[in-house]
Design a protein around this ligand. Structure first.
Ligand code: MFK
Ligand code: FAD
Length: 498
């Protein structure tokens, strides 16, 4: 009695385990990238996985007062969180996107590392996504904040800074344009003081942040709606560790993402620098949204790959009804479905990264640019939903053990659930797709149809793919009918017909 202990599923080098990633990179990038990812895969198993787990088990806390009763509002994170920041810099997890060593394939290289990092990294991917987004905004606006840009994109762990993205207020997380109440008062030196309340701010231990506020005139009046919003850059902490005109009201008690501090902040005279033109805040932060939504996509796929890998590994070790799970046809069918979802999502995510890389390398055709605009929200909303369902099914394939905390599996489901909420909910992103159609007078759809038709022509050459191609042609015809009405109508009308 009691002599049997189930062998656990073992996590091994996730790069060497991932034939699709290897084949994809081999086609497009030099051998040194494979070497880099091979070593990174080893580091994930030997070091990063344990740090991520420590972040889950040691969530951040808010220290409101010091021993002598002074208000300090310090967010205390564990050592593993700090270590992950250093590793992120060393591995160039943001930097690689800006060094552009591999030309138009640089984003694919960077995002391949993020994809491997995500399921081990204790959600350190959250600050990295926002840091990348902030760097992108600074680069695309061409504003003279060189020191900040260098710090956000450095590989030097001592100089590396992360950024927050404070958009959501109590009235508006989706409807930021009418919900933002924060005001910005101009100072004599040209800087601003911000007053307001930010309802969700993740990775609040960041060094700097981008945020939105309404500039007031000398009578304290400001413009409502999106044309009243401007974009600001601010340091979160002063050099002595005190807050920059901020009170941390509390840390959120969340379903998942417990590794990440997410705070409610009262801005009470936060000193900030105007980044965008006045009234162009939403359009300017859209560049950040593109980057963070692509990170969200890549992390969703990384999580899907991890759970699928673990399920496959477990099926080789767990027996039921006299044989291993891997020898039960029905179980294999379940795992095959997870595998197919994961592979398709991977290729979709990498295609979006490829388009981003081409745009940044100035080698994008007009069609590439239109596709990037259209596919970014589609990829984010679709892979977020996929991740929840794949991880949920994945947990079931461990039976009861999938429900047990110290296997580390349940946190994967909790953390997946946020992917469809932050960075734009599914419906809001669906409306963003319609916005992109309306704003381009349908050109994004034209680009999509041309692209898919060309891909189908290639696929038609293969007899094995013929049934799939026929069914795709049918779906494409239905989409084209929708597109014909969509191109001519404003977004509101599109929403009715969607
Ligand atoms: C694991 C990875 C981790 C990722 C990090 C997660 C950390 C958590 C961070 C957050 O959750 S941060 C908060 C994220 N918040 C959102 O995503 C807000 C959701 N709401 C939207 O996305 C709305 O669509 C949006 C506020 C952006 C705009 O709504 P409006 O007011 O209806 O915008 P409007 O008036 O249509 O557009 C204003 C301008 O922005 C227009 O430009 P123009 O003035 O030049 O015409 C739009 O074209 C432009 N715009 C809007 N969305 C765009 C865009 N441009 C490019 N791309 C877009 N997606
Ligand atoms: P609402 O906008 O009130 O949406 C409620 C529901 O209504 C949703 O289902 C939505 O899809 C739907 N809806 C809204 N508008 C429409 C419409 N026009 N048509 C159809 N349906 C609609 N925000 C930040 O700015 N910075 C952060 O760092 C940050 N971190 C976060 C961390 C976590 C863990 C979470 C959970 C959230 C975080 N957020 C952050 C906030 C997040 O971005 C918002 O919660 C999200 O954008 C939704 O906004 P909301 O909560 O106001 O929901």
């Amino acid at each position: 009695i009691g002599t049997f202990f189930q062998e656990r599923p073992l996590l091994t080098n996730s790069f060497t385990q991932d034939a699709l990633l290897q084949a994809y990179l081999q086609r497009h990038l030099p051998e040194q990238v494979q070497q880099d990812l091979l070593l990174f895969g080893e580091r994930l198993v030997s070091e990063i996985e344990a740090l991520g787990r420590q972040c889950e088990l040691t969530p951040p806390v808010l220290q409101r007062y010091d021993a002598w009763g002074r208000r300090v509002d310090r967010i205390l994170t564990c050592d593993a969180w700090t270590r992950l920041k250093h590793i992120s810099a060393q591995e160039g997890l943001v930097a690689a996107g800006y060094e552009r060593t591999y030309g138009e394939w640089s984003r694919v290289y960077q995002m391949s590392k993020i994809y491997l990092f995500a399921p081990s990294a204790g959600l350190y991917t959250c600050p990295l996504a926002m840091t990348d987004g902030a760097a992108k905004v600074i680069e695309s606006l061409g504003v003279p904040v060189r020191e900040e840009f260098k710090r956000l994109t450095t590989r030097d762990e001592k100089r590396f800074w992360t950024s927050g993205q404070w958009m959501t207020e109590r009235r508006g997380g989706s409807d930021v344009s009418s919900g933002t109440e924060t005001v910005a008062r101009r100072q004599q030196d040209g800087w601003f003081k911000l007053y307001g309340f930010k309802w969700f701010t993740s990775a609040t231990d960041a060094d700097v942040t981008l945020t939105l506020a309404r500039i007031t005139d000398q009578h304290g009046r400001s413009t409502a709606g999106s044309s009243g919003l401007s974009l600001f850059l601010a340091k979160v902490w002063d050099s002595d560790g005190s807050c920059n005109g901020i009170e941390v009201q509390r840390l959120k008690d969340k379903l998942g993402t417990r590794q990440v501090p997410t705070a409610e902040l009262l801005l009470d005279g936060m000193s900030a620098q105007l980044l965008s033109e006045e009234g162009r805040g939403v359009a300017s932060i859209a560049n950040m949204l593109t980057i963070t939504r692509i990170h969200n996509t890549v992390c969703a796929v990384g999580t899907m790959r991890r759970i699928t890998h673990l399920c496959r590994e477990y099926a080789r070790k767990r027996a039921a009804f006299g044989k291993l799970l891997k020898d039960h046809a029905l179980h294999v069918q379940t795992l095959s479905r997870l595998e197919v979802e994961t592979r398709a999502a991977f290729l979709f995510a990498m295609e979006v990264c490829r388009l981003l890389g081409r745009e940044e390398n100035r080698s994008a055709s007009d069609r590439d640019t239109l596709l990037l605009r259209l596919l970014t929200p589609v990829a984010k909303l679709y892979t977020a939903k996929q991740a929840v369902s794949v991880v949920s099914e994945g947990l079931e394939s461990f039976g009861g053990q999938g429900y047990i905390e110290d296997t580390g599996l349940p946190s994967m489901l909790r953390d997946a659930q946020v992917l469809s909420i932050w960075e734009g909910t599914t419906n809001v992103l669906s409306l963003d797709v319609l916005r992109s159609i309306a704003k381009s007078s349908g050109s994004v759809l034209q680009a999509f149809f041309t692209d898919v038709t060309e891909r189908l022509q290639v696929a038609e050459a293969s007899a094995a793919l013929h049934p799939a191609v026929t069914s795709l042609h049918t779906s494409l015809s239905a989409l084209k009918r929708f597109a014909q009405t969509a191109a001519a109508r404003p977004t509101g009308a599109l929403e009715q017909s969607a």
